[in-house]
Design a protein around this ligand. Structure first.
Ligand SMILES: [Fe+2]
Ligand SMILES: [Fe+2]
Length: 334
């Protein structure tokens, strides 16, 4: 009888995978979920979402099918601590969306509405932002995975979210905040893609839905950043590489001190994910994923022309609130 490998969303399933087998699954997932066509499609979706916001629908999920055998090639307690860490990082989404909305409001009101919704003068929310609608599904989905695998309830630990801190230049303020936001979406996409390489069945299906949301947001924020700050692409790449450097096993002694106020982003996230307790193999695989997705994003973003970005990112209110002269003035003072 011929051997028939079983196939899931990450390609061939290996129940005791070595590094190279997991690497193949990671590469497969990058091609499957981050093709250049898909990335363009996610960015081109922006004007439609400005006009008529519609959350991305999830496929129906049969939660009862989640079981321990769907976690592959990683110790269960490590997997669960990662799910718990991801859940703690995802919450509280309302805090994140409202901070981002305030940074965007003076620069790009349509994008501000996309992330944080419509707000009355007294601060009450009239309509939720699309980013919030999509992201707020992640914490309950991760909690359900945890509960079905352990038969135990879990609630996220409440975290303090950085509040809006305006300085004198809204364009510059948004740059610092936006860089951090792009990196957060990017690192979430990397983490969920790597988790998909270590799961199968319904558990993998749930993570695939979360991953698609994160890629959707990362792509939109990344493209918007490139349009608003045309010279920032290389700085973003350098910044992400420096973040990856902070979590390399050898770099703890080499670079213990953060050099910029944005530096701790990765270290903070990785400590919530209990990174220190991971095996060297798991750490290597995640770093491989970070590099693989970064390469794909670079490949995609370096070919985006200003005209193309304009067609995806502009909105009528952007020019009402920001005439080109003040925009140029702000840019030259960045
Ligand atoms: Fe999320
Ligand atoms: Fe996200």
């Amino acid at each position: 009888m011929n051997y028939q490998p079983s196939i899931d969303l990450a390609g061939e399933v290996c129940f005791r995978p070595n590094f190279f087998q997991t690497k193949n699954r990671i590469n497969y997932l990058i091609d499957e979920y981050l093709s250049l066509e898909q990335l363009c499609d996610r960015l081109e979706d922006l004007p439609q979402q400005f006009r008529n916001p519609q959350p991305r629908q999830w496929e129906p999920i049969n939660w009862q099918d989640i079981n321990l055998e769907q976690v592959i090639g990683i110790e269960l307690d490590i997997f669960l601590s990662i799910i718990q860490g991801a859940l703690d990082t995802e919450a509280p989404i309302r805090g994140y969306t409202q901070t981002s909305r305030k940074y965007l409001q003076p620069i790009h009101p349509s994008m501000a509405k996309f992330v944080g919704g419509a707000i009355r003068a007294d601060g009450t929310i009239v309509e939720l932002g699309l980013w919030e609608k999509e992201e707020r599904q992640h914490t309950p989905a991760l909690a359900k995975i945890y509960q079905h695998l352990t038969q135990k309830k879990i609630t996220p630990q409440l975290r303090q979210v950085k509040s809006y801190q305006p300085r004198e230049n809204p364009y510059q303020d948004l740059y610092g905040h936006g860089l951090h936001r792009v990196v957060t979406e990017y690192s979430a996409a990397c983490l969920y893609l790597w988790l998909m390489s270590h799961t199968t069945g319904t558990t993998q299906q749930v993570i695939a839905e979360i991953l698609q949301d994160e890629i959707n947001h990362m792509t939109k924020f990344w493209g918007m950043g490139m349009w608003l700050y045309p010279d920032s692409a290389q700085q973003l790449m350098r910044y992400i590489l420096s973040q990856i450097h902070t979590i390399l096993p050898l770099s703890y002694e080499l670079s213990p001190k953060p050099q910029s106020n944005l530096k701790p982003t990765f270290q903070r996230m990785m400590s919530v994910l209990n990174w220190q307790s991971w095996s060297i193999l798991s750490r290597g695989e995640l770093i491989y994923t970070f590099i693989g997705i970064l390469k794909r994003m670079w490949q995609w973003s370096r070919n985006l022309t200003p005209e193309y970005l304009q067609s995806c990112c502009a909105s009528p209110d952007f020019f009402v609130n920001n005439n080109l002269e003040s925009h140029q003035y702000l840019k030259s003072n960045l």
